[in-house]
Write a protein that binds this ligand. Structure first.
Ligand SMILES: [Zn+2]
Ligand SMILES: [Zn+2]
Length: 253
């Protein structure tokens, strides 16, 4: 299984528009972060987790010509607003499969009413094939995917476990029961916004505590704010098996 980090930034991305924060002015490509998203590939399969405002740019950067579907974690703008840009895939492949919690499907219907329109559909609007996730494991091709419920302040968000890999973003808390679903991992991806506490995101200390508790072989941090600091400096402070993800990083599991 191959994982590509398409974006590792928080909702505003890095650099933040108009910001003169030193991290936003950094010339290190690892300090430039598009909105959070990842691509998972195995065999002939290619799935994208979340589809934010940088989706088009991310697909172009990796010369993606076909996708099997999109898994949504939750309905915040930085995770869904690129949906219209599935059009080139739709024109080539037909309806695009989207996997999401029913609440997220409703949010997509509000934001993208024309995508779901059945009568008088605007020619050229994309079409999707909705697969509602109720929290039970489901299959992508032959591979079992276990949804993991995490809380983003009070909002339920899906993380996903595929074999020995799990991807969690926008978590603030994870119950003991849900943590049981992400034990024994080779790789855990988890969000870490900044060093200061935040009401709906894990900060660095909280993310490291969860990693310490779950003991994956390796962990990668994502959904990063410029306030976390320079990539090189933060990475140097991390435990041996923990890394800061960066845009375009590819890992194999
Ligand atoms: Zn987010
Ligand atoms: Zn969010």
């Amino acid at each position: 299984m191959k994982i590509t980090f398409l974006g590792t930034g928080t909702s505003q991305g890095i650099p933040v528009i108009g910001s003169d924060h030193p991290v936003c002015l950094s010339n290190n490509p690892k300090d430039k972060r598009l909105r959070v998203s990842a691509m998972i590939e195995w065999g002939e399969n290619r799935y994208i987790i979340d589809c934010g405002p940088d989706f088009r740019q991310q697909m172009l950067a990796h010369q993606v010509s076909k996708i099997n579907g999109i898994l949504f974690t939750h309905e915040h703008n930085d995770h869904i607003i690129g949906l219209d840009d599935v059009r080139p895939f739709y024109f080539r492949q037909g309806k695009i499969s989207v996997y999401a919690h029913p609440r997220v499907v409703n949010a997509l219907k509000k934001r993208f009413d024309y995508v779901f329109e059945e009568k008088n559909k605007y020619p050229g609007a994309p079409e999707v094939n909705v697969i509602e996730l109720n929290g039970e494991p489901f299959k992508l091709d032959q591979l079992e995917v276990t949804p993991v419920n995490v809380l983003h302040n009070k909002l339920q968000v899906f993380g996903f476990r595929l074999k020995d890999f799990a991807y969690i973003t926008d978590a603030k808390t994870i119950s003991a029961e849900e943590k049981n679903k992400i034990k024994g991992l080779k790789v855990l991806v988890i969000n870490a916004l900044r060093k200061e506490p935040h009401h709906s995101h894990l900060n660095l200390e909280e993310a490291l505590a969860i990693i310490e508790e779950l003991q994956p072989e390796k962990a990668y941090l994502t959904h990063i704010s410029h306030l976390l600091g320079f990539h090189e400096e933060v990475e140097a402070e991390l435990p041996e098996n923990v890394f800061l993800a960066y845009d375009n990083l590819k890992i194999e599991i």
